[in-house]
Design a protein around this ligand. Structure first.
Ligand code: ZN
Length: 102
């Protein structure tokens, strides 16, 4: 087992990826719990807010392991999904963004 597949497994086994679903619009926000904060993942945009993402993009490498592991997981069993109301969407997003700026 190489180093990066160990990383995938730790992300998956600890269920660190969370899916937040906003009803009734069915908007989705993915997050992953990192070592000291929660990162924002967007698989459609191939975006992750972790420092590793900027580093790998800067070097023209592939995605960070959060995005890679998000693409390999079995959504039905490996993801913790939480449902919110659309009215909470704005607050959730601003909370997430303010967390990123710390
Ligand atoms: Zn990442």
């Amino acid at each position: 087992m190489n180093k990066s597949s160990k990383k995938y497994n730790s992300v998956l086994n600890e269920k660190r990826i969370k899916l937040h679903v906003f009803e009734p619009s069915n908007r989705k926000i993915w997050t992953v719990v990192g070592s000291d904060r929660e990162y924002w993942l967007d698989p459609d945009l191939d975006f992750c807010s972790c420092p590793g993402y900027y580093f790998t993009k800067k070097n023209n490498e592939k995605n960070c392991y959060h995005l890679d592991s998000l693409k390999t997981i079995n959504h039905a069993t490996d993801i913790e999904s939480v449902t919110f109301s659309d009215t909470e969407y704005r607050d959730f997003l601003s909370g997430l963004l303010s967390d990123l700026k710390k």
